[in-house]
Design a protein around this ligand. Structure first.
Ligand SMILES: Nc1ncnc2c1ncn2[C@@H]1O[C@H](COP(=O)(O)OP(=O)(O)OP(=O)(O)O)[C@@H](O)[C@H]1O
Length: 367
């Protein structure tokens, strides 16, 4: 019996679900159904209980069922051999979210780490191939789940950045004096440096594990994950601010800091984004995600729920085996597929198999 699990989830007006109450099973839940029936929507709702944000949509208003004005997601999580119960309830309406945990109103930050999840999906490759902003979003979401101080620093950093950018505009328009920038610059550097250090530490904790996993999946060359800060040190940052002041004022933007950082995957010392094959890229991202589940367990002391959105059909044998190994040692997991035949047959034995119908009902076919 896994020691952390979702016992049930209730949805009202969430995407294609006007109303759903689903008592899921411990261990492995397989959800199958035709395209467009709501499988990803269900995983999205489960992940929302972890972070109060969607993994595929920045704006909550798109998650509200068409023609409705709010959505509600509630979940009951069980811990320590089901002795501890935590009820999470999130309501979104008119741009505002309200969170209650066990009936008490809470700040969204209090949700972090309570029900950790790791999502594996068809767009994961974008983490390697896509724009740097996607990698920063990944870092911010994952590290925040592990550490609320990081999340607080991030919120503060964003406010400072906004203020400093406004001030740069004001200096350009001669509505403010240059000296007024100084305190904002110092604070930005202080908080920004803490963020950079935490991102460094997180990438380093993933890097060795991911390299080993990549090797085990048959990778012949070494995989390396490298954090690439936009400024190397506090001194360098300060020097850039000084020498680039005029550029910043003209642009009305803070040009240096972790809001412009990135991290890279390299395979055999070459940037995987430009030189690796599609298969190598997939393996690298998969290795990163598997490493992440290990880091989550180590830091939070509980196994994250694994959400796998139609991922098996894309994988070759070695990568399937790596995922299977992960699933067999996982706590609770949720896997979606259009056809059960897309999944390795060993996975079906002992799994709870749910058929998702076009009317959004889940029918338990095997337990
Ligand atoms: N805000 C919304 N309100 C109502 N329905 C929505 C909303 N957003 C998406 N949908 C519906 O959800 C459907 C997609 O559901 P989802 O992405 O979960 O499908 P899926 O079962 O994962 O499909 P596939 O197998 O193709 O990935 C869309 O066809 C759309 O009709």
């Amino acid at each position: 019996m896994p020691d952390t699990r979702l016992a049930d989830i209730q949805l009202i007006n969430f995407r294609s679900y006007r109303s759903l109450l689903w008592h899921c099973e411990p261990g492995l839940n397989i959800i199958y159904g035709p395209n467009g029936v709501g499988k990803t929507n269900l995983l999205e709702a489960i992940a929302y209980l972890s972070f109060a944000r969607s993994f595929r949509q920045q704006q909550d208003r798109f998650l509200v069922t068409w023609e409705e004005s709010f959505f509600q997601i509630s979940g009951c999580c069980l811990y320590n051999q089901e002795k501890i119960k935590v009820d999470i309830n999130i309501i979104y309406r008119d741009g505002h979210k309200e969170l209650t945990i066990n009936g008490q109103t809470n700040r969204l930050i209090d949700l972090l780490g309570i029900f950790p999840v790791i999502y594996f999906g068809p767009d994961d490759l974008l983490l390697l191939k896509g724009a740097p902003v996607l990698r920063r979003q990944f870092l911010d979401r994952e590290i925040s789940t592990l550490d609320r101080i990081y999340c607080r620093n991030l919120q503060l950093y964003r406010r400072l950045l906004l203020q400093r950018n406004r001030l740069l505009h004001a200096v350009k328009d001669e509505r403010a004096k240059l000296q007024e920038l100084e305190p904002w610059t110092l604070q930005l550097i202080n908080i920004g440096t803490a963020i950079i250090q935490q991102r460094h530490a997180f990438i380093n904790s993933l890097a060795t594990l991911a390299a080993d996993i990549y090797k085990k999946m048959g990778g012949r060359e070494d995989l390396a994950l490298v954090y690439r800060p936009n400024v190397g040190s506090m001194d360098e940052w300060m020097a850039k601010f000084k020498s680039g002041r005029e550029r910043e004022i003209q642009a009305g933007l803070s040009l240096w800091g972790p809001h412009r950082d990135d991290f890279s995957f390299s395979i055999g010392n070459r940037d995987a984004r430009h030189f690796a094959s599609q298969g190598q890229q997939r393996a690298a991202v998969l290795a990163l995600k598997i490493a992440e589940t290990m880091v989550f367990f180590e830091v939070l002391g509980k196994k994250p729920a694994l959400l796998m959105d139609d991922v098996f059909s894309e994988l070759d044998l070695r990568r399937r085996e790596a995922l299977l190994e992960l699933l067999f040692s996982a706590g609770q997991s949720f896997i979606t597929t259009t056809e059960l035949s897309n999944l390795p047959s060993v996975l079906l034995d002992g799994a709870a198999i749910w058929q998702l119908n076009s009317d959004g009902r889940l029918i338990l076919e095997q337990k």
